[in-house]
Ligand binder design. Sequence first.
Ligand SMILES: Nc1ncnc2c1ncn2[C@@H]1O[C@H](COP(=O)(O)OP(=O)(O)O)[C@@H](O)[C@H]1O
Ligand SMILES: N[C@@H](CCC(=O)OP(=O)(O)O)C(=O)O
Length: 253
Amino acid sequence: MKKKRILLKIGSNTLTKETDNISRGKIEDIANQIAKLQDTCEFIIVSSGAIAVAKQFVKLESKRKEIFVKQALASIGQPHLIRIYQEIFRELGLLTSQCLLSYSDFEKQESKTNIVNTINVLVNNNYIPIINENDTVATDEIKFGDNDKLGALTASLLSADLFIIATNTNGIYTKESIEKGTPKTIELVEDFNALKHQVVNSKSTHGTGGMQSKIDAISVAKQSNVETWIVNGLEDNFIINALENKILFTKIK
Ligand SMILES: Nc1ncnc2c1ncn2[C@@H]1O[C@H](COP(=O)(O)OP(=O)(O)O)[C@@H](O)[C@H]1O
Ligand SMILES: N[C@@H](CCC(=O)OP(=O)(O)O)C(=O)O
Protein backbone atom coordinates (compact mmCIF):
# COMPACT_ATOMS: atom_id res chain seq x y z
CA MET A 1 0.00 0.00 0.00
CA LYS A 2 1.28 3.46 -0.89
CA LYS A 3 1.74 5.54 2.25
CA LYS A 4 0.25 9.01 2.56
CA ARG A 5 3.13 11.49 2.39
CA ILE A 6 2.71 14.19 5.03
CA LEU A 7 4.85 17.32 5.22
CA LEU A 8 4.60 18.55 8.82
CA LYS A 9 5.72 22.11 9.54
CA ILE A 10 6.28 22.86 13.20
CA GLY A 11 6.64 26.50 14.17
CA SER A 12 8.59 27.95 17.08
CA ASN A 13 5.36 28.67 18.99
CA THR A 14 4.37 25.01 18.89
CA LEU A 15 7.81 23.70 19.71
CA THR A 16 8.18 25.94 22.74
CA LYS A 17 4.53 25.56 23.76
CA GLU A 18 4.67 29.36 23.84
CA THR A 19 7.35 29.48 26.53
CA ASP A 20 11.00 30.50 26.21
CA ASN A 21 12.13 26.88 26.17
CA ILE A 22 11.86 24.02 23.71
CA SER A 23 9.28 21.52 24.95
CA ARG A 24 10.57 17.94 25.03
CA GLY A 25 6.97 16.96 25.80
CA LYS A 26 5.79 18.41 22.51
CA ILE A 27 8.48 16.56 20.56
CA GLU A 28 7.44 13.37 22.41
CA ASP A 29 3.84 14.02 21.43
CA ILE A 30 4.84 14.37 17.77
CA ALA A 31 7.04 11.25 17.90
CA ASN A 32 4.22 9.21 19.51
CA GLN A 33 1.82 10.18 16.77
CA ILE A 34 4.29 9.45 13.97
CA ALA A 35 5.02 6.05 15.54
CA LYS A 36 1.29 5.23 15.65
CA LEU A 37 0.80 6.31 12.03
CA GLN A 38 3.94 4.82 10.54
CA ASP A 39 2.21 1.95 8.73
CA THR A 40 0.00 4.29 6.72
CA CYS A 41 1.84 7.62 6.60
CA GLU A 42 5.37 8.77 5.87
CA PHE A 43 6.55 12.04 7.41
CA ILE A 44 8.90 14.80 6.36
CA ILE A 45 9.28 17.50 9.00
CA VAL A 46 10.12 21.16 8.55
CA SER A 47 11.00 22.40 12.01
CA SER A 48 11.84 25.87 13.28
CA GLY A 49 13.28 26.28 16.76
CA ALA A 50 17.04 26.61 16.27
CA ILE A 51 17.08 30.20 17.52
CA ALA A 52 14.68 29.39 20.36
CA VAL A 53 16.92 26.53 21.57
CA ALA A 54 20.06 28.66 21.49
CA LYS A 55 18.38 31.52 23.36
CA GLN A 56 17.80 29.13 26.26
CA PHE A 57 21.44 29.09 27.16
CA VAL A 58 23.36 31.76 25.28
CA LYS A 59 23.34 35.51 24.90
CA LEU A 60 25.37 36.87 22.01
CA GLU A 61 26.69 40.40 21.64
CA SER A 62 27.14 42.21 18.36
CA LYS A 63 27.48 45.86 17.49
CA ARG A 64 26.35 45.04 13.98
CA LYS A 65 22.93 44.10 12.68
CA GLU A 66 20.59 42.06 14.87
CA ILE A 67 20.06 39.63 12.02
CA PHE A 68 23.70 38.49 12.30
CA VAL A 69 23.08 37.57 15.92
CA LYS A 70 20.00 35.56 14.90
CA GLN A 71 22.04 33.73 12.26
CA ALA A 72 24.71 32.92 14.83
CA LEU A 73 22.07 31.77 17.33
CA ALA A 74 20.55 29.50 14.67
CA SER A 75 23.96 27.99 14.06
CA ILE A 76 24.40 27.29 17.78
CA GLY A 77 20.86 26.02 18.31
CA GLN A 78 20.43 23.82 15.23
CA PRO A 79 22.63 20.89 16.34
CA HIS A 80 20.95 20.95 19.76
CA LEU A 81 17.52 20.99 18.14
CA ILE A 82 18.40 17.95 16.04
CA ARG A 83 19.97 16.20 19.05
CA ILE A 84 16.73 16.62 21.00
CA TYR A 85 14.67 15.26 18.10
CA GLN A 86 17.07 12.38 17.65
CA GLU A 87 17.04 11.41 21.35
CA ILE A 88 13.27 11.47 21.62
CA PHE A 89 12.47 9.84 18.26
CA ARG A 90 15.04 7.07 18.86
CA GLU A 91 13.21 6.05 22.06
CA LEU A 92 10.30 5.04 19.83
CA GLY A 93 12.49 3.40 17.21
CA LEU A 94 12.12 6.33 14.79
CA LEU A 95 15.13 7.35 12.70
CA THR A 96 15.85 11.00 11.90
CA SER A 97 18.15 13.01 9.64
CA GLN A 98 18.86 16.69 9.05
CA CYS A 99 18.54 18.73 5.83
CA LEU A 100 19.30 22.45 5.72
CA LEU A 101 17.79 24.26 2.74
CA SER A 102 17.21 27.81 1.56
CA TYR A 103 14.76 29.35 -0.91
CA SER A 104 17.36 29.78 -3.60
CA ASP A 105 17.81 25.99 -3.64
CA PHE A 106 14.29 25.78 -5.06
CA GLU A 107 15.20 28.01 -7.98
CA LYS A 108 17.92 25.77 -9.44
CA GLN A 109 16.95 22.61 -11.27
CA GLU A 110 20.08 20.76 -10.18
CA SER A 111 19.51 21.55 -6.49
CA LYS A 112 15.86 20.59 -6.77
CA THR A 113 16.76 17.22 -8.28
CA ASN A 114 19.31 16.66 -5.51
CA ILE A 115 16.78 17.51 -2.78
CA VAL A 116 14.20 15.12 -4.23
CA ASN A 117 16.69 12.29 -4.68
CA THR A 118 18.20 12.65 -1.20
CA ILE A 119 14.89 12.88 0.61
CA ASN A 120 13.36 9.99 -1.31
CA VAL A 121 16.27 7.74 -0.33
CA LEU A 122 15.89 8.82 3.30
CA VAL A 123 12.15 8.26 3.39
CA ASN A 124 12.34 4.94 1.54
CA ASN A 125 14.79 3.78 4.22
CA ASN A 126 12.43 4.85 7.02
CA TYR A 127 14.38 7.98 7.98
CA ILE A 128 12.39 11.07 8.88
CA PRO A 129 14.11 14.12 7.35
CA ILE A 130 14.03 17.15 9.64
CA ILE A 131 14.42 20.25 7.53
CA ASN A 132 15.21 23.79 8.61
CA GLU A 133 16.44 26.75 6.65
CA ASN A 134 20.13 27.22 6.25
CA ASP A 135 20.27 30.44 8.26
CA THR A 136 24.00 31.00 7.75
CA VAL A 137 23.59 31.60 4.03
CA ALA A 138 20.12 33.10 3.83
CA THR A 139 18.28 35.61 5.97
CA ASP A 140 14.92 35.79 4.16
CA GLU A 141 13.34 33.22 6.42
CA ILE A 142 14.46 34.52 9.79
CA LYS A 143 13.52 38.05 8.74
CA PHE A 144 10.04 37.10 7.60
CA GLY A 145 9.44 33.81 9.41
CA ASP A 146 8.94 31.99 6.18
CA ASN A 147 9.63 28.52 7.44
CA ASP A 148 6.01 28.29 6.39
CA LYS A 149 7.05 28.97 2.82
CA LEU A 150 9.99 26.59 3.10
CA GLY A 151 7.47 23.96 4.17
CA ALA A 152 5.25 24.74 1.21
CA LEU A 153 8.11 24.67 -1.29
CA THR A 154 9.24 21.32 0.11
CA ALA A 155 5.71 19.89 0.16
CA SER A 156 5.31 20.89 -3.50
CA LEU A 157 8.70 19.65 -4.64
CA LEU A 158 8.27 16.31 -2.88
CA SER A 159 4.66 15.89 -4.05
CA ALA A 160 3.28 15.59 -0.53
CA ASP A 161 -0.30 14.33 -0.23
CA LEU A 162 -0.84 16.68 2.68
CA PHE A 163 0.89 19.75 4.12
CA ILE A 164 0.15 20.27 7.84
CA ILE A 165 1.15 23.59 9.39
CA ALA A 166 1.17 23.22 13.18
CA THR A 167 0.72 26.55 14.91
CA ASN A 168 -0.78 28.05 18.08
CA THR A 169 -4.38 28.66 16.96
CA ASN A 170 -7.23 26.30 16.03
CA GLY A 171 -6.56 27.05 12.38
CA ILE A 172 -7.44 30.34 10.72
CA TYR A 173 -10.13 32.35 12.45
CA THR A 174 -12.44 34.84 10.79
CA LYS A 175 -11.15 38.38 11.25
CA GLU A 176 -14.51 39.49 12.59
CA SER A 177 -14.53 36.80 15.27
CA ILE A 178 -11.00 37.70 16.44
CA GLU A 179 -11.99 41.34 16.69
CA LYS A 180 -15.03 40.37 18.76
CA GLY A 181 -12.81 38.27 21.06
CA THR A 182 -14.57 34.97 20.21
CA PRO A 183 -12.29 33.31 17.62
CA LYS A 184 -14.17 31.11 15.13
CA THR A 185 -12.30 28.63 12.95
CA ILE A 186 -12.81 28.67 9.19
CA GLU A 187 -13.11 24.91 8.70
CA LEU A 188 -13.03 24.62 4.93
CA VAL A 189 -11.60 27.21 2.58
CA GLU A 190 -13.13 27.15 -0.85
CA ASP A 191 -12.40 30.71 -1.90
CA PHE A 192 -8.68 31.21 -1.32
CA ASN A 193 -8.78 34.89 -2.32
CA ALA A 194 -11.30 35.68 0.41
CA LEU A 195 -8.96 34.10 2.96
CA LYS A 196 -6.37 36.81 2.38
CA HIS A 197 -8.66 39.32 4.09
CA GLN A 198 -8.85 37.34 7.35
CA VAL A 199 -5.30 38.09 8.52
CA VAL A 200 -5.12 40.17 11.65
CA ASN A 201 -1.94 42.08 12.22
CA SER A 202 -0.77 40.65 15.48
CA LYS A 203 2.88 40.19 16.10
CA SER A 204 4.09 36.65 16.55
CA THR A 205 5.40 35.90 20.05
CA HIS A 206 8.08 33.28 19.47
CA GLY A 207 8.05 32.72 15.74
CA THR A 208 8.39 35.41 13.13
CA GLY A 209 5.85 34.77 10.42
CA GLY A 210 2.33 35.21 11.72
CA MET A 211 -0.72 34.19 9.70
CA GLN A 212 0.26 36.14 6.57
CA SER A 213 3.24 33.88 5.95
CA LYS A 214 0.93 30.87 6.32
CA ILE A 215 -1.43 32.28 3.69
CA ASP A 216 1.52 32.82 1.33
CA ALA A 217 2.61 29.24 2.00
CA ILE A 218 -0.90 27.91 1.28
CA SER A 219 -0.79 29.71 -2.05
CA VAL A 220 2.50 27.99 -2.98
CA ALA A 221 1.11 24.56 -1.99
CA LYS A 222 -2.13 25.20 -3.87
CA GLN A 223 -0.25 25.84 -7.10
CA SER A 224 1.06 22.28 -6.86
CA ASN A 225 -2.35 20.89 -5.83
CA VAL A 226 -1.11 20.05 -2.34
CA GLU A 227 -3.85 20.23 0.30
CA THR A 228 -2.92 22.30 3.39
CA TRP A 229 -4.25 22.00 6.94
CA ILE A 230 -3.62 24.61 9.63
CA VAL A 231 -3.80 22.78 12.95
CA ASN A 232 -3.26 23.71 16.59
CA GLY A 233 0.05 22.02 17.43
CA LEU A 234 -0.25 22.98 21.09
CA GLU A 235 -2.95 20.33 21.54
CA ASP A 236 -1.81 16.78 22.31
CA ASN A 237 -2.40 14.29 19.51
CA PHE A 238 -3.14 17.08 17.03
CA ILE A 239 -2.16 15.15 13.88
CA ILE A 240 -4.22 12.06 14.66
CA ASN A 241 -7.14 14.13 15.94
CA ALA A 242 -7.12 16.19 12.74
CA LEU A 243 -6.93 13.08 10.57
CA GLU A 244 -9.92 11.68 12.50
CA ASN A 245 -11.74 15.03 12.34
CA LYS A 246 -11.96 15.28 16.13
CA ILE A 247 -10.72 18.85 16.43
CA LEU A 248 -11.37 22.18 14.78
CA PHE A 249 -8.81 23.19 12.18
CA THR A 250 -8.64 24.82 8.75
CA LYS A 251 -8.55 22.72 5.61
CA ILE A 252 -7.57 24.33 2.31
CA LYS A 253 -8.29 22.01 -0.63
N1 LIG B 1 -7.08 35.09 11.04
C1 LIG B 1 -6.20 34.60 11.94
N2 LIG B 1 -6.46 33.42 12.53
C2 LIG B 1 -5.58 32.90 13.45
N3 LIG B 1 -4.41 33.51 13.81
C3 LIG B 1 -4.10 34.70 13.26
C4 LIG B 1 -4.99 35.29 12.29
N4 LIG B 1 -4.42 36.45 11.87
C5 LIG B 1 -3.24 36.56 12.54
N5 LIG B 1 -3.03 35.53 13.39
C6 LIG B 1 -1.83 35.35 14.27
O1 LIG B 1 -0.92 34.40 13.70
C7 LIG B 1 -0.26 33.70 14.76
C8 LIG B 1 0.41 32.40 14.26
O2 LIG B 1 1.61 32.67 13.55
P1 LIG B 1 3.09 32.51 14.20
O3 LIG B 1 3.09 33.23 15.52
O4 LIG B 1 4.10 32.91 13.20
O5 LIG B 1 3.15 30.97 14.50
P2 LIG B 1 4.27 29.84 14.23
O6 LIG B 1 5.44 30.11 15.11
O7 LIG B 1 3.49 28.63 14.63
O8 LIG B 1 4.63 29.85 12.77
C9 LIG B 1 -1.39 33.51 15.75
O9 LIG B 1 -0.94 33.26 17.07
C10 LIG B 1 -2.17 34.82 15.65
O10 LIG B 1 -1.67 35.77 16.59
N1 LIG C 1 14.85 29.08 11.15
C1 LIG C 1 14.76 29.79 12.37
C2 LIG C 1 13.54 30.73 12.57
C3 LIG C 1 12.27 30.53 11.75
C4 LIG C 1 10.96 30.92 12.47
O1 LIG C 1 10.92 31.58 13.49
O2 LIG C 1 9.87 30.38 11.93
P1 LIG C 1 8.38 30.20 12.53
O3 LIG C 1 8.47 29.66 13.91
O4 LIG C 1 7.85 29.18 11.61
O5 LIG C 1 7.67 31.53 12.44
C5 LIG C 1 14.89 28.82 13.55
O6 LIG C 1 14.91 27.60 13.39
O7 LIG C 1 14.99 29.33 14.66
